[in-house]
Ligand binder design. Structure first.
Ligand code: NAD
Length: 317
């Protein structure tokens, strides 16, 4: 496993990291013990960065992750969770709720310290509230030594500069972007120089586009329009036709970007995590990559967006 610095946070994170949303049944109903074995396998294989949220499975992901981490030395892994989102359409970024939420997450995760605490999916929030109320509440937790670094997450790219440019340097230590640096969409690259200039660590998620680039395909709730689903399906089918695994290529592609500190992958299967770690240890097949990028070219950087109207990216279709 290789490790990269997470911006200027002082943390060194494994290039492949563990996203715990599947522990909350995001993709299928899981067997908790299998989920716990997956986390332990990830740690054994050198993955040191774990991401969860009270939103995943209405706290189930944090609870199962907390069980998986029982007895594991706290300084052997870097833990990220989130505040502000609590079930479908249920957002509360008030100072009181995010402070209480942090304490509840700590209790479920069996710790009193969170390395990276994110505001979860701020495209659904009033960004003035994030700037004037949420972040100041989280800064208090950081000043009290309960949180290492603060982050923001979301799907539209425009939310990142909209917040970062209005906060004091050092407030935001990391960003978590998803579906915007993968085989079919590399638009995150446009923000990388600005993040680097401010020492902000870049966490990439959903290298498979939340399942678009997997043989199982996107789950029913996936927000992509049919054109993107069909375009990605073509790439999956191309890989199948030449005996290649699209998930492998998707992960290799994401982790090879030197400016992206880590790529989260979600799974509740020990077998998948073993495969994923093995995949990224292999050199990428440049010929296959070129072919697949060619298949994806008609939908490259076509996107889907969500959130409050003022926080949405323009749609490219
Ligand atoms: P992902 O792209 O990692 O896709 C997960 C899907 O890929 C699952 O269906 C999983 O079973 C499948 N998969 C994983 N390994 C596989 C393999 N070897 N072979 C076949 N299929 C495989 O998407 P994700 O889970 O949404 O993202 C990863 C993590 O990133 C999440 O768990 C979460 O922690 C984080 N995330 C955060 C946000 C946010 O903060 N807003 C958004 C998206 C993701």
């Amino acid at each position: 496993m290789h490790y990269r610095p997470l911006g200027s946070t002082g943390l060194k994170v494994s290039v492949l990291s563990y996203g715990a949303s599947p522990l909350g049944n995001a993709f299928r109903t899981i067997d908790d013990n299998e989920g716990i074995r997956t986390v332990r396998t990830a740690l054994d294989l050198g993955i040191n960065f774990l991401d969860t949220s009270p939103h995943y499975g209405a706290t189930k992901s944090e609870t199962v992750l907390g069980r998986a981490l029982q007895g594991v030395p706290r300084d052997s892994y870097i833990l990220a969770t989130k505040v502000g989102q609590y079930g479908e359409g249920n957002f509360d970024f008030s100072a009181a709720r995010v402070t209480q939420s942090f304490e509840e997450s700590c209790a479920r995760l069996g710790t009193d310290y969170i390395d990276v605490l994110h505001c979860h999916d701020i495209e659904f929030a009033d960004l003035n509230q994030i700037l004037n109320e949420t972040l100041p509440a989280l800064v208090k937790l950081r000043d009290a030594g309960r949180v290492g670094h603060l982050g923001i997450t979301g799907l539209p790219l425009k939310i990142f500069p909209a917040v970062i440019e209005r906060t004091a340097p050092g407030t935001i230590g990391a960003v978590l972007s998803f579906c915007r640096y993968c085989l079919n969409d590399t638009a995150l690259e446009s923000l990388i120089p600005a993040f680097q200039a401010k020492g902000i660590g870049i966490i990439n998620a959903s290298a498979t586009g939340m399942g678009l680039l997997t043989e199982r395909g996107a789950p029913g709730w996936h927000p992509a329009p049919e054109s993107i689903k069909t375009g990605c399906r073509r790439a999956v089918e191309y890989c199948q036709s030449v005996g290649a695994d699209i998930t492998k290529l998707a992960l290799q592609f994401a982790v090879q970007h030197p400016a992206i500190a880590t790529t989260l992958v979600g799974t509740a299967s020990p077998e998948n995590i073993r495969k994923n770690v093995a995949y990224i240890a292999e050199p990428i097949d440049a010929e296959l990559l070129a072919k697949v990028l060619d298949v994806l070219q008609p939908i490259l950087n076509h996107n889907f967006t969500r959130g409050r109207p003022e926080n949405r990216d323009p749609i490219i279709a």
